[in-house]
Ligand binder design. Structure first.
Ligand SMILES: NC(=O)c1ccc[n+]([C@@H]2O[C@H](COP(=O)([O-])OP(=O)(O)OC[C@H]3O[C@@H](n4cnc5c(N)ncnc54)[C@H](O)[C@@H]3O)[C@@H](O)[C@H]2O)c1
Length: 356
């Protein structure tokens, strides 16, 4: 069956970088990878086209797709809109509608870019970590939550509270995804929690251990130590699995080890293997429309899409090798050029297509 791929360019540089990824996918399609590409308005562009960030037609198309490749959403012209019409609402909406509970954030440092990391090259060169973050549970969604008032000895005061909660089924399903991924990579999985303080982490640890059983080499680490180890010796990690809050922080920390936000892909998957693939960066209004954006994060997101939702391993490898090759040729967009010679968004897209 032909895989249905929906492209949602969104706003700002999203439009420019998705156009480059589209060229790469079209080149692979003409080389025999069976997929059909369509495009729909989303985010601010969704609001402009249909009065809301996730138009009904776009959602219907997303539901009928095997995978979605998203650019980025947002822009200053949408900031005055009521909250429910803002572009970011479209993102939250599509994640919830498709129940995308597993967020995959690789942090790869290409040896050619080792100088752009904030850590010394010998500590980070060749880094290749995958962080699997639970995305739809934990303290960001737990009930009860709120701000209320209470009596104290010195009078009334307000207090804020949230609940960190994970059910066994939620732990099991994210652990399954992580074990699956770790077993296809280096076979090492590190589960990050705070089990020395939190009961929810005790249950997390138990659940992950049960799923991992003998399938991968499993270790457990407290989140404070994990943060420290990520900057001390990041190459000790292969695959990390963690909850929503800890994953939010650790994935940004790991991302920065690689130096440029323009190089970082991500994926969010549901239980059926349908995924939303997107670069980690936003719509970058400061450089939009100028041909300055780095399209590699989006092109690498397309590679993840081929690997995780379309089961096209060879095509995914081809994209990743092509990206390596263009870096090896010394081609750079301004964000990774360290002030040296650079090429445009479009020229980078063309170079990847030529290197496939
Ligand atoms: N997933 C998303 O769609 C997403 C994520 C983050 C922010 N946003 C939205 O994007 C808008 C801008 O947010 P921001 O400025 O905080 O974050 P941003 O990621 O858009 O930009 C941060 C900085 O990184 C640079 N940058 C980002 N991507 C780049 C690329 N591919 N190549 C070269 N440079 C790149 C930008 O020029 C900017 O200086 C806001 O409206 C925000 O809400 C959307």
């Amino acid at each position: 069956m032909t895989a249905q791929v929906l492209l949602l360019p969104g706003d700002g540089i999203g439009v420019e970088v998705v156009a480059q990824a589209r060229k790469v996918l079209e080149a692979l399609a003409s080389d025999g990878v069976v997929m059909s590409l369509s495009e729909a308005p989303f985010g601010g562009a969704g609001y402009d086209a249909a009065g809301k960030p996730l138009p009904d037609e776009t959602l219907a198309q997303a539901r009928a797709s095997d995978a979605i490749l998203l650019g980025a959403v947002g822009g200053p012209q949408y900031e005055a809109l009521p909250r429910e019409l803002r572009p970011e609402r479209g993102l939250l909406g599509i994640r919830a509608e498709l129940d995308l509970f597993a967020n995959l954030r690789p942090a790869i440092l290409y040896p050619q870019l080792a100088a752009s990391s904030s850590l010394r090259p010998e500590i980070v060169s060749g880094l290749d970590i995958m962080i699997v973050r639970e995305l739809t549970g934990g303290i960001y969604f737990g009930q009860p939550r709120g701000i209320a008032e209470r009596e104290t000895a010195s009078g009334t005061e307000r207090y804020g509270y949230n609940t960190m909660v994970y059910g066994e089924s939620e732990i099991r399903r994210i652990a399954k995804v992580a074990v699956e991924i770790a077993s296809k990579r280096g076979g090492k999985l590190c589960s990050v929690d705070k089990a020395n303080v939190l009961e929810v982490s005790e249950l997390w640890r138990e659940g992950v251990s049960a799923v991992a059983a003998e399938r991968v080499q499993l270790s457990h680490m407290y989140v404070d130590n994990a943060a420290m180890q990520l900057v001390r010796d990041p190459k000790q990690f292969d695959t990390i699995v963690t909850g929503n809050l800890f994953g939010d922080i650790l994935s940004d920390c790991a991302a920065m080890l690689t130096g440029s936000i323009g190089m970082l892909p991500s994926a969010s998957l549901n239980e059926g293997g349908v995924g939303l693939y997107e670069p980690v960066h936003g719509s970058a209004p400061d450089i939009a429309g100028k041909g300055l954006a780095n399209p590699l994060a989006t092109i690498l997101s397309a590679a993840m899409m081929l690997r995780y939702s379309l089961d096209e391993q060879e095509a995914a490898d081809r994209i990743e090798r092509a990206v390596q090759a263009v870096l090896e040729q010394g081609l750079r967009t301004p964000d990774i050029a360290s002030g040296g010679k650079s090429i445009s968004t479009q020229a980078m897209g063309d170079a990847v297509v030529a290197a496939l």
